[in-house]
Design a protein around this ligand. Sequence first.
Ligand SMILES: C[C@@]1(CC(=O)O)c2cc3[nH]c(cc4nc(cc5[nH]c(cc(n2)[C@H]1CCC(=O)O)[C@@](C)(CC(=O)O)[C@@H]5CCC(=O)O)C(CC(=O)O)=C4CCC(=O)O)c(CCC(=O)O)c3CC(=O)O
Ligand SMILES: NC(=O)C1=CN([C@@H]2O[C@H](COP(=O)(O)OP(=O)(O)OC[C@H]3O[C@@H](n4cnc5c(N)ncnc54)[C@H](O)[C@@H]3O)[C@@H](O)[C@H]2O)C=CC1
Length: 216
Amino acid sequence: MYYPIMLKIKDRSCVVIGGGKVALRKTSELIKCEANITIISPEISLELLEKCREHNIQYIKSNYDKKFLNGAVLCFACTNDYELNIKIAQDAKELNIAVNVSDNGVESSFIVPAIRRKGDLTLAVTGNENPAASRYVADLMAEQLEDWLLEYISMTSDIRKSIKEKLPLSEIRQRIMKELFTEEYINTAKVSIYDAEKKANKLLEKIIQKACVDNE
Ligand SMILES: C[C@@]1(CC(=O)O)c2cc3[nH]c(cc4nc(cc5[nH]c(cc(n2)[C@H]1CCC(=O)O)[C@@](C)(CC(=O)O)[C@@H]5CCC(=O)O)C(CC(=O)O)=C4CCC(=O)O)c(CCC(=O)O)c3CC(=O)O
Ligand SMILES: NC(=O)C1=CN([C@@H]2O[C@H](COP(=O)(O)OP(=O)(O)OC[C@H]3O[C@@H](n4cnc5c(N)ncnc54)[C@H](O)[C@@H]3O)[C@@H](O)[C@H]2O)C=CC1
């Protein structure tokens, strides 16, 4: 069983070994997360080279060597050499670096799920080492996320931020946030975000007023 987490890797050193199709896919997600990326490969695809130029990625035209892993937090073994990928995994583990091996789930310390980003949401799906299933389900779920729901989520995130500053009592904040995700609010948002926002503001006023009265 895998333990799913969302990593913050902005400005952290991530090393991708290999310069082919799989390296391109892994690198593309790392770029979105603003990681500090280094690619090690004797050859590199044009598309990946283009990304290196666009995104200030360090490309080292070389065969793999353990020294390239120094200081990395994540490492991706994406070469087309099965034995080498296992060696990279062993080196990384010795250095306490989390490693993903693109042709070997067993040697990996983490696997990469199918990722879809929509609005404030990030979906990550794994089919237990069945990537075609992961891709299918991730697409299916992403399609369900309609614009009105994404807008509503963004609005409620703003509300959550503002009440975190204004309301010291966590139980009251919890009550508000739970209420905003009941059928009643969701159904209103589906018809009109404007009405949902008005309704949410009324709820906030009511609860904040009551909290003030109770405090007196
Ligand atoms: C274990 C894992 C390790 C890892 O983390 O890389 C792994 C391993 C392997 N993949 C293989 C093949 C393919 N992988 C894809 C695609 C994706 N693979 C991804 C993840 C993972 N792949 C991890 C498991 C995660 C999970 O199951 O949830 C995705 C989700 C994420 C990403 O890679 O970015 C991305 C979809 C991206 C998206 O749509 O979002 C396709 C389809 C395609 O390329 O079009 C094929 C060809 C079809 C097929 O074989 O199914 C092979 C055999 C290689 C060979 O035969 O040579 C192995 C090795 C093995 O199985 O032992
Ligand atoms: N996890 C996944 O999503 C998938 C994994 N795979 C597996 O991933 C691996 C890579 O696949 P592709 O990117 O399609 O292969 P590819 O052939 O496009 O790229 C392989 C890259 O590895 C580089 N390489 C070879 N020897 C090297 C060395 N000594 N040091 C550094 N780099 C070296 C090559 O120069 C090339 O850039 C394969 O083993 C394949 O079976 C394939 C499809 C999907």
